[in-house]
Design a protein around this ligand. Structure first.
Ligand SMILES: O=C(CO)COP(=O)(O)O
Length: 253
């Protein structure tokens, strides 16, 4: 892993104020790993509280609306997210695409809104098992990215990609090393074509899908894997910091 590894916890629809003690423990624990960038994306309701607690870790949101404000009951805009203390937003997660029918086109508009609000972006992509079995995984994932990659000069600082095969999310199954290497390599190539080699090489490509302390070391030492987007194992400081520790060790190798 060449870049500073980036380990991000996606809390999904989990967490009440009782979880703030876990966020605090993650933050304090992360202070032992200054060479790893650590962040969490709690639900909207906890962003501000986690932001106030955090001394070391970054705080982000899990979605935003493409508009700036107005009559959209129940939605949260990118400027509101930035105002709550978040510095990034996760966009295009397969659960948003699946549960809410989010299209590539909508995700591209959300990315523009997030950029206008000064947020960094973690853009998610990933194929279903059906698509993989049909031999279409790479085409599908690259298609998702081509439809959404923003036309910005500072992509190296602003953008992170997360490859999360849907069949590996919450299932205890991780993609094999060969599959990860191949997909991350293809994504790196697309980023190079889009932004030029130099910028592309500073964009971290995270892997996500059942990352745990005991498999993180192997995954994080693969070429073109710049970190992990972690769901279930980010809900406890102990397991999440175990992954941060693995990232630190993989980076030292
Ligand atoms: O979807 C994920 C992170 O965004 C991965 O979730 P799990 O780590 O629970 O498989």
């Amino acid at each position: 892993m060449a870049e500073r590894p980036y380990i991000v916890g996606n809390w999904k629809m989990n967490g009440t104020r009782a979880m703030l003690s876990e966020a605090r423990a993650i933050d304090r624990g992360a202070q032992r790993y200054m060479k790893v960038e650590v962040a969490i994306a709690p639900p909207f309701t906890l962003i501000h509280a986690v932001h106030k607690e955090a001394e070391q870790i970054g705080v982000g949101a899990q979605d935003c609306h493409p508009g700036e404000g107005g009559a959209h009951t129940g939605d949260i805009s990118a400027p509101m997210i930035a105002d709550s203390g978040a510095k990034f937003v996760v966009l295009g997660h397969s659960e948003r695409r699946g549960d809410h029918g989010e299209s590539d086109e909508l995700i591209a508009r959300k990315i523009d809104a997030a950029i206008d609000a000064g947020l960094r972006i973690i853009l998610c992509c990933g194929e279903s098992l059906e698509t993989r079995d049909a031999g279409e995984a790479e085409n599908f994932v690259l298609g998702q990215l081509k439809a959404a990659l923003p036309d910005i000069a500072d992509a190296g600082e602003r953008l992170t990609i997360a490859y999360e095969p849907i069949w590996a999310i919450g299932t205890g199954r991780t993609a094999g090393a060969e599959d990860i290497l191949q997909m991350h390599g293809a994504i790196r190539e697309l980023l190079g074509e889009t932004y030029g080699e130099d910028a592309a090489n500073t964009i971290r490509i995270l892997y996500g899908g059942s990352v745990k302390p005991d498999n993180a070391g192997e995954i994080l030492s693969l070429e073109n894997v710049g970190g992990a987007l972690v769901g279930g194992a980010s809900l406890s400081a102990e397991s999440f910091l175990g992954i941060v520790n693995a990232a630190s060790e993989a980076n030292a190798e």
